[in-house]
Design a protein around this ligand. Structure first.
Ligand SMILES: *Cc1c(COP(=O)(O)O)cnc(C)c1O
Length: 494
């Protein structure tokens, strides 16, 4: 059988196998890696009744060499089956007529755990399979949740070290506290004077820097990425689309084969893109509802076909979605046109002018599968309050955007298709906003945790209990312009 290979969305990358794709993290031409094979359509009937780990094994091994399925099962067990997640991994609940898949029950109380609990195992497995003796230095830019999840995933993992860059004024107090109190002897957390896009752009630049490549060679190390530009972040996320759907079938909420919608709070677009791949693998998804905050660049793209990054960047009460450069959209555009030279043209335009507009052909497909909308900050709070009053379900600020945009869509279209909301964070990660939304009272961030718990009886997730009392271990802050130099210094220090 032919080996499954990965190529770049921009066309200028030698084919890589799964291990090489995981370790390299990004195309050498600046594009993103995508499978160069047709993903097989899954027989849903065979997947019914599988537990999360066995389902993950079936889905993920679609993307790996055929002879390592049992190894993949072990990696999935390590990630999801050692007590860091609940037994069912992603509980599926209900808020009124909306199903809610809780992706935040892992070690850092955010959905990034779904992929970042597994990625380090992919990495160490790939290092072993390649007989790689160099160390890998993981770089991650974060708008709040990726950082902590990546730190937890990679801490003390042999053969790796990790550097996380976060915007000092662009993450919530709880998110920041989670990161600066991180333990582990191979971890580094660095504040950036700049926003998330600045951090992400600098990290991408580091991967393409010849100077850093040379330094890496001298010091026997190579760089890789823990952001959702890494295909190893996307693949684990396909699983919970299947799991959500099959849970509804098993619970007799839907018939096998019946179409559903998913509504998804979106930022870098990795979550939604994983769903699109699930659809390509045969999961009956009618529509994706792409939900944004006031940084509504994706809403505009899905409504007009034009991606225009020349706009103001807003800091909002849903900071993990404060993004103007939505990296994974590049993969979607590639999937829809299968034309790397066209994608390269768009991305060159984006780099040079901040804008690109897709052809009619692509836009027609976009409109067929995607609907988009956005909520401003006040509406986010109103939605949290209303949903809690009407259904008793407590949403965080990000998930509220997915819920509110879906409710608007339902009203506008009268679409009765059953809909699954992907819940991306625990309400206790943004306690001040959530408490204010349901009581109209403003409290200090940490006071709000206890008050919210008293008021709602929703449990505080273990990773967030007593968080304000932990010791601060990371205080470094640098300018956004010096990120690449900083990484250079770190490599020299190895
Ligand atoms: C990362 C994140 C998102 C956005 O997900 P993407 O895959 O980047 O679109 C939404 N909500 C929360 C809480 C997140 O941490």
């Amino acid at each position: 059988m032919k080996e499954k290979m990965y190529l770049s969305t921009r066309g200028n990358q030698q084919p890589l196998n799964f291990y090489e794709a995981i370790l390299q993290g990004i195309g050498s031409d600046g594009g993103l890696l995508v499978p160069d094979f047709d993903v097989d359509k899954k027989d849903l009937k065979e997947l019914l009744n599988l537990n999360y780990i066995d389902l993950a094994t079936e889905i993920i091994s679609t993307f790996t060499p055929d002879d390592v399925k049992e190894d993949i099962r072990q990696l999935c067990k390590n990630a999801y089956g050692t007590g860091l997640f609940p037994e069912d991994v992603v509980p599926v609940k209900k808020a009124g007529d909306v199903y809610v898949t809780e992706l935040f029950q892992g070690p850092t109380a955010a959905f990034k755990d779904m992929a970042l609990s597994l990625l380090p195992y992919f990495m160490t497995f790939s290092l072993k399979q390649k007989g790689e003796e160099r160390e890998v230095m993981i770089l991650a830019a974060t708008s709040g949740d990726t950082g902590k999840a990546a730190l937890e995933g990679f801490k003390d993992v042999e053969g790796t070290s990790i550097k996380v860059f976060y915007p000092i004024d662009g993450v919530s107090p709880v998110q920041k506290q989670q990161m600066v109190t991180q333990t582990g002897n191979n971890v580094d957390v660095i504040g950036i004077r700049g926003n998330f896009d600045d951090a992400q752009t600098a990290v991408k630049k580091a991967f393409n820097s010849q100077e850093l490549k040379d330094l890496c060679d001298q010091h026997h190390v190579f760089l890789s990425s823990a952001n959702s530009i890494n295909i190893g972040r996307l693949i684990p996320q396909i699983v919970y689309y299947f799991y959500s759907y099959l849970t509804l079938v098993n619970n007799k909420e839907i018939e096998l084969g019946q179409e559903v919608n998913f509504t998804i709070p979106s930022g870098n677009f990795g979550n939604c893109l994983a769903g699109y791949i699930a659809k390509k693998m045969g999961l009956p998804i009618q529509r994706f509802i792409v939900a944004s905050n006031k940084n509504n660049i994706l809403t505009d793209f899905f409504n007009t076909g034009k991606y225009d990054a020349n706009r103001e960047f807003y800091k909002t009460n849903a900071p993990a979605m404060d993004i103007l450069v939505s990296s994974n959209l590049e993969r979607l555009v590639y999937f829809l046109c299968q034309d790397a030279s066209l994608v390269k043209k768009y991305m060159d335009q984006l780099n040079e002018t901040g804008v690109y507009e897709v052809d009619d052909d692509i836009f027609k497909k976009v409109q067929k599968y995607f609907t988009a909308g956005c909520l401003n900050e006040d509406d986010v709070l109103k939605v949290i309050g209303k949903c809690y009053d009407e259904t008793g379900y407590l949403l965080d600020t990000h998930t509220a955007i997915g819920y509110g945009v879906y409710k608007q869509y339902q009203k506008d279209t009268n679409d009765q298709t059953k809909t699954i909301l992907l819940s991306t964070a625990s309400p206790y990660k943004f306690p001040k906003s959530v408490y204010q939304a349901i009581t109209n009272e403003e409290l200090d961030e940490y006071e709000a945790i206890d008050a919210l718990n008293k008021k709602t009886n929703v449990n505080v997730p273990k990773p967030l209990q007593g968080i304000d009392k932990r010791e601060i271990l990371h205080t470094k802050v640098i300018d956004k312009e010096s990120i690449v130099d900083f990484i250079g210094e770190q490599i020299k220090g190895l």
